[in-house]
Ligand binder design. Structure first.
Ligand SMILES: [Zn+2]
Length: 829
């Protein structure tokens, strides 16, 4: 409810991707908690200073409207840049010399170049200065009475949001990542202070009323650009979801319910527990299992196997006797009664909240708020059932194979049980390994994927597809939160400097472990008034952070824009200090880095004039499209040929190695992926049903039977029967975080797959490196961020003039479901 003036500062389901590798519900819960810490919203703007300060934070260039490309970038030495790019990540001595030399040559311009943040006390000044600017904008909005006032309102509100975001996003990030405890403390205070201030604004009814008034004036909206209109409509929708229009009593109930939901939701995620922790099996059952793996569980004549342990997984995979497998399966999927009660309390309170705000269900409420594609629960269900049908066609032959395998052991078997899958899959796999020779051409392939090689490869790929490249850049003293952070400037061949990426890629003690992409500042047009007032005031343009000229999507004229500033976080191991060998990435880590860079590209190319809708600040069910699409590029043979080089000899990967890598990955992932897809579809259907109208109907009864819903979904849509008495849904921690939008990751996978197939031609015949395809994606999708209806973007990109996608609605959802998600670039794992 407090997200009105500030949207999500981070994007990434890499944590989701990672989570999907683990079937351990406890891990789900932990990760959901981590997600919760970063779960917060976004805002807008500033005032500036003289042109001297419009330079990039490098301090190397002076700009004017006639010549806005920094001298630094005008005569690029591509070869040198690429070498530097590689070495700054692969060689610590090189990096130390590079960063020390630059630090000596520069002055402290503040953290991220923000003029206020040259010291910890600066956070306080930053908050005070920002609040002053916000206050005057709020007063202007509340007092608006002329046509000009109302016409300016979309931009004024966006600026207000930017002002809030520039403090909240940066302090929220620094309180987690900065190495200095004093900065963490100051950032935490700044965050709390500004967050509270924002919450007051979000509940100021006058703001909502004025904006609604503007939206109801055709003489205002007819003058607004598409961006202004979408941005204003989004804000009004967000206000509506905070019950701002309701009576004081209802408003109070809304606040109470929201707090109760937050409390019971946190309990549901953090206190999840199984009905029983161990399964007792006799020792002779463990015959055939490596004794080391289960040694710690053996006790007298019995072995007590913890249900979500390595030992339990071994039993499921290796023990022929069906009984212990069944017991472990049942115990692993049965949560405690208390946990189910917590979930049902959560669902009923959410249903009540939806009813209070006039929605037919919580899913409906959340979808109308967060999604732009699915829009209604009906649309989501259409997509999921259509996807399930296309997945089922691929799954059935695998089920037949497994049943045939079962009959080798149990001659009269007529049905495959869910606790059979891992065992017979393993039996089949072992059989295949015996009959095939190991492929030695794949040994040592990690040597082609040092971090520096991959980053410089990404730069080459972006140059080919979008005409932008990554340029290594030194940092000033105090600019970054840890000396390990490397700065890359993003430079366009036509527009010059367009973004900054701070890369914090190595693991260190206490660092947040999940890969993520953070937007520290979004794209936004800086008004003429702001730059003029900066000439006479104390402020620098854009607080001193980088800005550059671009075509305004509001006026169509060249105007100064703040540049997107992004932080990429990963947790790759540091190379061993004395080995001389850089960190070499597995193919999974390479894909992760490509995924994160996919988010970054969205921020970089989604350069809107309003920040509320810039780059990744788009609908929840569209946000993962660019990143999942990038996964397809990571191991495509033609892309591999473009960048994969041996770290020591610089020898490019051979054709046969590139193709073998691609094939191995496909073979490894496809079968698992189809099973995994079905689980994800069932989970998404369950998420819909538990937040549906049937929960609202249960409010009066005071009891909602979630277990019945769970069994109905599994037994209606699943391929294998779910035994009675299980209650796995008590372990589904994401029910709290997603609340009716869990389908969105599958949805973006389906779209990404279709984009890869139709726009980039499955990567073949030069498709993966085709500038025309890149331009198409950039011009029809990426450049709009959240500033255009995504269905319209998809229609223009690959609708083929049929108009089905442009219409949106159930027909379009059905179409996306029919595309299927396939095995995905990473097998969906
Ligand atoms: Zn992601």
């Amino acid at each position: 409810m407090h997200r009105i003036l500030r949207r999500e500062p981070w994007t990434c389901a890499s944590c989701l991707r990672r989570l999907r590798r683990s079937r351990n519900p406890t891990t789900d819960a932990q990760i959901a908690c981590i997600l919760g810490q970063f779960d917060a919203p976004a805002g807008r703007q500033i005032r500036g200073v003289s042109k001297r300060h419009i330079s990039t934070a490098t301090g190397t260039s002076l700009k004017s409207e006639a010549d806005d490309t920094p001298v630094f970038y005008q005569r690029p030495d591509l070869d040198k840049d690429e070498k530097t790019l590689q070495k700054m990540f692969d060689s610590r001595p090189f990096w130390q010399e590079f960063s020390q030399k630059s630090a000596a040559a520069k002055q402290n311009e503040g953290l991220l170049g923000i003029q206020y943040l040259k010291s910890t006390e600066g956070f306080f000044t930053f908050v005070q200065a920002t609040k002053q600017k916000c206050d005057s904008l709020v007063a202007k909005t509340l007092a608006a009475s002329t046509l000009d006032d109302y016409r300016a309102m979309a931009r004024d509100m966006d600026r207000l949001s930017d002002l809030l975001c520039r403090v909240i996003d940066v302090s929220d990030f620094m309180r987690v990542f900065h190495q200095d405890a004093a900065v963490v403390k100051a950032a935490t205070k700044a965050y709390e202070h500004m967050f509270e201030y924002m919450n007051v604004l979000n509940t100021t009814a006058g703001m909502n009323e004025q904006l609604k008034k503007a939206l109801n004036m055709p003489e205002v909206t007819s003058m607004w650009s598409e961006e202004e209109l979408i941005s204003a409509e989004t804000l009004v929708k967000d206000f509506a979801h905070s019950a701002i229009d309701q009576s004081p009593e209802k408003r109070k109930r809304f606040v109470d319910l929201s707090n109760e939901i937050s409390q019971v939701g946190t309990e549901f995620v953090s206190q999840m527990e199984p009905a029983k922790q161990y399964v007792a099996v006799t020792r002779d059952v463990l015959h055939g299992i490596d004794p080391e793996g289960t040694k710690q569980f053996r006790n007298w004549g019995k072995a007590m196997i913890p249900i979500h342990s390595q030992g339990a997984r071994k039993v499921m995979k290796l023990i022929q006797d069906e009984v212990p497998r069944r017991e472990i399966y049942m115990a692993g999927r049965t949560s405690s009664k208390k946990q189910i009660q917590r979930l049902e309390r959560l669902l009923l309170k959410r249903a009540e909240l939806a009813k209070l705000t006039g929605f037919s269900s919580y899913a409906q409420m959340n979808l109308s708020h967060k999604s732009a594609l699915a829009r209604t629960p009906n649309g989501v269900n259409t997509f999921l059932t259509s996807l399930n049908a296309s997945n089922r066609g691929q799954l059935q032959p695998q089920i037949d194979d497994l049943l045939a395998q079962k009959r080798h052991f149990v001659p009269n078997a007529s049905i495959l049980q869910p606790w059979d899958v891992a065992f017979y899959q393993n039996a089949l796999k072992t059989q295949l390994e015996v009959t095939s020779m190991p492929d030695r051409s794949l040994e040592g392939l990690n040597a082609f994927f040092s971090i520096g090689t991959v980053i410089s490869g990404l730069s080459r790929l972006f140059q080919r597809l979008y005409g932008v490249r990554l340029v290594p850049q030194s940092t000033a003293p105090g600019e970054v939160w840890n000396p390990d952070v490397r700065r890359l400037d993003v430079v366009s061949e036509t527009e010059g400097h367009i973004a900054v990426i701070y890369c914090d890629l190595f693991a260190r003690i206490g660092k947040h472990p999940n890969p993520a992409h953070f937007t520290l500042r979004c794209s936004r047009e800086i008004t003429y008034e702001e730059t003029e007032s900066a000439k006479t005031g104390v402020d620098k343009v854009n607080d001193g952070m980088p800005a550059n000229f671009a075509i305004s999507s509001i006026t169509g004229k060249r105007a100064l824009h703040q540049l997107p500033v992004i932080a990429l976080i990963c947790d790759f191991d540091e190379p061993h200090p004395n080995s001389g060998v850089p960190t070499l990435l597995s193919h999974y880590s390479v894909t992760t880095l490509f995924h994160e860079m996919g988010h970054a590209v969205h921020s970089i190319l989604g350069r809107t004039s309003l920040q509320t809708i810039a780059g990744t600040r788009c609908a929840a069910d569209f946000a993962e499209l660019p990143s999942i699409l990038m996964e397809y590029f990571a191991l495509d043979p033609s892309v591999l040929k473009l960048y994969a080089r041996h770290w020591d000899t610089s020898q490019p990967i051979s054709d046969s190695q590139a193709h073998a890598l691609k094939q191995r990955q496909a073979a490894m992932t496809e079968k698992d992926a189809i099973w995994h897809n079905e689980t994800q579809i069932l989970m998404s259907l369950l998420d819909q049903s538990l937040h549906s109208e049937s929960a609202v109907e249960a409010i009066d009864r005071g009891r909602f039977d979630s277990t019945e819903v769970y069994h109905r979904i599994w037994n209606t849509h699943g391929s294998l029967p779910e035994p009675r008495d299980t209650s796995w849904h008590g372990f589904f921690g994401h029910l709290y975080g997603y609340g009716g939008t869990y389908y969105s990751y599958l949805f973006d996978r389906a779209i990404a797959r279709q984009v890869w197939r139709t726009v980039f031609r499955d990567g073949v015949n030069g498709g993966a490196l085709d500038r025309a395809a890149g331009d198409k994606l950039k011009n029809h999708v990426l450049r709009y961020g959240g500033g255009r209806d995504p269905w319209r973007c998809l229609e223009d990109l690959m609708g083929g003039g049929r108009g089905i996608l442009a219409e949106g609605g159930d027909k379009a959802m059905l179409e996306v479901g029919q595309w299927g998600v396939g095995a995905g670039a990473e097998g969906g794992l």
